[in-house]
Design a protein. Structure first.
Length: 260
């Protein structure tokens, strides 16, 4: 069956049947899943438990502008207009709170980093991050109960690889949620004009994030944007020559070195 010829119905019951149909190819299934996701997303979080056990650390909960279409972000609040000691300390606390204790396994990264758009077919590929954004539009809504609802919704959408139990789902996806804040913190830190306020902790945290595969590319971009600081230059050189670092991150660091 050719995805271009597939007629996608509007009926949710029929979409639920189709998304599990063995007769559909991957592209057709993605088309059906996207339509089903849009129908269910438009209902909002009706029926999702209110309150519950919040799963994010306090430093992240106090981030004023949480989840946007591309993720959570730090800098779009008046609180962060001034690059003062308080806001810089907060960004540092967010990074420290979001840094995983161990490197994220490469197979986990492959799932997290899977493209959500097929350039060849133009098909939007709905994944767990779409479900998370829909059910948790604010930091204090990242709860155990909403994670359970997200797992159930991902299963309903027949998203591949969804764990059958809540705890493995949380263990797999909560670090991804935290990474969005680490990524945003590095974006904000890179814009700080008084770079002496970042030395050496920001460069040290960037190295840790690269080593643990958490917001690694944004950490390297922060180092590139502050390459005039000797500590940033040294960190870029270290990353660019470290065989333990993923090849794409090494290349990004190498391209940021003077003379490259």
């Amino acid at each position: 069956m050719d995805g271009e010829d597939l007629t996608v119905p509007e009926d949710e019951t029929e979409l639920l049947r189709m998304v599990r149909s063995a007769s559909l190819g991957d592209d057709e299934r993605d088309l059906v899943r996207e339509r089903l996701w849009r129908l269910r997303r438009d209902r909002g979080d009706a029926g999702v438990p209110k309150g519950g056990e919040v799963l994010l650390p306090e430093a992240v909960l106090s981030v004023p502008t949480p989840w946007l279409w591309e993720g959570w972000t730090l800098p779009s609040s008046g609180r962060y207009v001034d690059e003062d000691a308080e806001s810089i300390a907060h960004a540092r606390a967010v990074l420290e709170a979001c840094l995983p204790g161990e490197p994220v396994p490469r197979e986990v990264r492959a799932v997290w980093d899977a493209p959500d758009w097929d350039a060849g077919t133009g098909i939007r590929r709905i994944g767990v991050p779409d479900v998370l954004r829909g059910l948790m539009p604010e930091t204090r809504l990242v709860t155990r109960e909403r994670m359970a609802a997200a797992r159930a919704e991902a299963e309903e959408l027949a998203i591949p690889g969804v764990p059958g139990e809540v705890e493995p789902f949380i263990a797999f996806w909560l670090p991804y949620v935290r990474e969005q804040f680490a990524d945003a913190a590095f974006r904000w830190i890179a814009q700080v004009d008084e770079e002496d306020l970042l030395v050496p902790w920001a460069m040290e945290l960037a190295l840790c994030c690269v080593a643990r595969r958490c917001a690694a590319e944004q950490a390297v971009w922060m180092l590139r944007w502050t390459v005039g600081v000797p500590e940033s230059l040294a960190a870029l050189r270290r990353i660019a020559t470290d065989p333990a670092v993923d090849a794409d991150v090494r290349s990004l660091a190498e391209d940021g070195l003077p003379g490259s």
